[in-house]
Ligand binder design. Sequence first.
Ligand SMILES: [Zn+2]
Ligand SMILES: [Zn+2]
Length: 352
Amino acid sequence: MHDAKAYSAASATSPLVLDTIQRREPTERDVAIEILYCGICHSDLHTVRDEWADFMPTTYPCVPGHEIVGRVTAVGDAVTAHAPGDLVGVGCLVDSDHSCRACSNHVEQFCPNATFTYNSPDAHLGGVTYGGYSERIVVDESFVLRIPSKLDPAGAAPLLCAGITTYSPIRRWGNIEGKKVGVVGLGGLGHMGVKFAHAFGARVVVITTSPAKAEDARRLGADEVIVSTDPEQMAAHAGTFDFILDTVSADHDINAYLQLLGLDGEITLVGAPEKPLPVSAFALLFGRKRISGSLIGGIAETQEMLDFCGEHGITADVEVIPIQQVNEAYERMLKSDVKYRFSIDMASLKGE
Ligand SMILES: [Zn+2]
Ligand SMILES: [Zn+2]
């Protein structure tokens, strides 16, 4: 085992502070990674504060972080896909059983025995897994992704969660070239949804409560912006959308967005509002509309997404911070005061 510096929370009400954790000695299938950047995902905050206690209680100390980009420092004897010096990424998953129906279908995120990057039982060391707010991590090679070398590593980190979360449902819907695609919400997820939908050739419409976001939406690739609190604008677009990506995690009226869909239109939820959303059956019946959900993506699809980003020069818009500002960043994230993702520069951990 190796000591590694990390930022951990000791309880649901504690701030993240400097800590020392253990990383395992690499097995023959493992890749040892020096972490360069780690994005801050809203799930990190939910987990640190034990806000998902009902279905995923947090074990403390908790080291979050599942948008990891780093440099390979060592590999086990059986590792073939990665070598020391490679720029690599680790997302929300670090292992699975490799044998169930989900794993056979390359959707390891739905494996009943998946090991998540943090707060998941650690089969090697006991306790729970520790995430990317750390100087190092050791991961099975089949969960380590190649990062195209021309991408900025700080901006590439959020691709590992926010990127795949929005790429996967867009790809799954089918060929969206020339289709009218709505993106509800322009935050960490939404801004990636806009970039991907635009890159796939859709006519992209951002649907937001905030008129102030219109200019930025267009800069990110939107063709049009609808202010959802304006009934006239909403009515003018009724029945015209092919697909809507709903990235909102706060309570909201999904029926208003169902009205925007045309025949056989689909809305996919990638945000996770705390309370159930009331759905009008009539809003679904007329037009044979569908509501679906999506959760990150499998490892093969995540690699496909990263390669696509490499070809199209796509990264997240990030504000790079030293890890000493992580608690302040959480408060700002709660106020949506970030464009559009924080990325922690892990070099800041070296001096501690
Ligand atoms: Zn995440
Ligand atoms: Zn499985």
